[in-house]
Design a protein around this ligand. Sequence first.
Ligand code: URP
Ligand code: ZN
Ligand code: ZN
Length: 467
Amino acid sequence: MTESSATLLQGGRVVSADGEYDADVLIVGEKVAAVGDVEAPAGATVLDVSGCVVMPGLIDNHTHLSMPFMGMMSSDDYDTGTQAAAAGGVTCLVDFAIQREPDQLRSALEEWQGRADGTAHVDYGFHMAITNANEATIDDMAAITEAGVASFKLFMAYKGELMTRDDAMTACMERARDLGALTMVHAENGDVVDLLVKRALRDGQTNAIHHALTRPEFVEAEATSRAARLSEFTGASLFVVHVTCEAAAAEIQAAQARGVPVAGETCTQYLVNTIDDLRKPDVEGCRYVCSPPLRDARNHEPLWDYVRRGILESISTDHCPFTNEQKARGLDDFSLVPNGLPVIQHRLAKLWDEGVVAGRITPSQLVDRTSTTIARRFGLTTKGAIAPGKDADVVVFDPSAPRGYGTHTSFMNVDYDLYEGEMASGSVRHTLSRGTMVYDNGQIVSQPGHGKFVARQTALASEGATA
Ligand code: URP
Ligand code: ZN
Ligand code: ZN
């Protein structure tokens, strides 16, 4: 299919955040032109999608492609990572540009723009992670929002590498508030983690499970509560990333009940995997090392409940892949295992089975938590819905076409798959990004560079635009 042609998706079931109905979807150029009972215009490509679910392309608001971290680089770049995204029905992602000392924010943004430009298959935006919040950095925040980056991330953990202390965090939140930008936090008490890790290593507790045992739930709940209190104090809008457990989600609910502008996300793996995965032998256990860690299975149902009630308003992936060789660096010392999991391709299929088929969420809730609400929260105004005038970012999912998980079907640049050997009951048939077919029946058919940077406006700028 050529760029900017007309395409009719005929006979599918369109699922939106507020309902589902049988309808055709007409795409003209890069936009959705009509939804309903539509005649194919002359020359249009007609795709029979009967039996399929037609959804707005998923948005992944939390990824780390080509991320320099713990002395390594995450193994998916913007080419492979966005191919895997498209294979999983994702048409837009928001990745983290990370300030690297002694640089200021602008140079970090240029560096990340340079990595993504000309290589991505689906659209992308950036959050800016602040790791050195000095006065110059705080001054630089305005230039970053003007460049279309409407959210800032602060790490309350990873002491000595990415961690921001409370005084700097408060100053950044005040500035973000004034700019109308969103503050995102990785909520774990980095000082306590550091203490527990040192003690464990001293006592010879070196294998992967001790990564999780040295980051107990209270460490996350305490930091979540502290961030929420700082949001309450500063008035900055807060978004807590990768919430893993009931105790942390409860802190968000309590803050919301006080009227604090705080929201949260969880990630696929926290709904599906457990701490026991870290007990697997050798490098297999290391593959599951991420922070905050995978939790006891008793957290799954409470987390689903927070998702259903919208207190955890989105489900992302925190995709941050490392190969077996990279993970093996920490075989004798868990603190050296690079943190992060490869998940970007699997979110839709996993949430379909564990969420929709299992009766925990409806298809509309799935669309809302993986696309529509994310678009609204992060200022992706042209995305997140199938409606005339919106970007034609569409995923066609066949719920009756099983597909095996494994390296044979994965586009992620890792030499293992966390779900190797498992079957998904349904699979993505087509992914279209702004009207162009990117993924078609198992193949990537787009060229690197199709994906473009999406500039996002802060809440303040959008209010100005609509005033
Ligand atoms: O383990 C993780 N989550 N790695 C990626 C960096 C982060 O903390 O989000
Ligand atoms: Zn994090
Ligand atoms: Zn992350």
